[in-house]
Design a protein around this ligand. Sequence first.
Ligand code: MG
Length: 280
Amino acid sequence: MEKWPIGVFASIDAGLGVDLDVAHELGVPTVQLHAPKKETRTPQHAEQFLARLEKLGIRITVVFGGFEGESYADIPATARTVGLVPPGTRAERTREMKEIADFAKLLGIDAVGLHLGFITHDTTDPIYSQVVDVTREVCDHCKANGQRFHLETGQESAEGLLQFLADVDRDNLFVNFDPANMILYGSGEPIGALRKVGRYVRSVHCKDGKWAEKPGHEWGAEVPLGEGDVGMENFLRTLDEIGYDGPLTIEREIPQEPQRQKEEIGRGIKLLEKLKAKIG
Ligand code: MG
């Protein structure tokens, strides 16, 4: 496989990420797919969908889970609503995550990703061990499917994440590294964090952001690739250093306006192509 194929975070029907036709028009060879709605996670849809992808010349690299009721409005809302951390929805969402993994298997995909939610750094908090347990449950389900489970990074420090990975202790648990999230959530300098967790990184989001005035208390701002504080050249050099040669998947959290997506993500692709030629 080519080193660092370009990718975008895309969706079929769930409203997050770039439309597949836009991805195709941009000439992107790979996507991470936001899991489609429950109604469309069927063998018949999987077959139709694979046929469509083949026609578009697009390969899926990771299927990402996501749930109704999640809100990224601000840091407290994220902590309250996202992933498998909130106790009230945990059992139902865990079930759904396993269904998403099974759908990914129908598509022949060996990696499933998720933003697990805001994991407390206090390992004595009962919530911590509950989240460890539920993560093991999802890992073991994925393992039986022959899949890896990739945790989206961002709201933990590198040390907190390493502690959590060690505590879950599963050999199919890896990291989807998102450098911008570390800035947006104020959880630490992303390049140093990438070096620390590098051995676990199996997929990445190419996303950019600017630090908030009070990092960790208020959101930083997500901005087009290359316009924020990540430093894309340094990011790619560090990926090279840790031996990562997988897809460079652009994630841009803007509304699904095809024209705007095409322009902004098109510029992001050009930037990555330029850096690939220089570094890769
Ligand atoms: Mg991300």
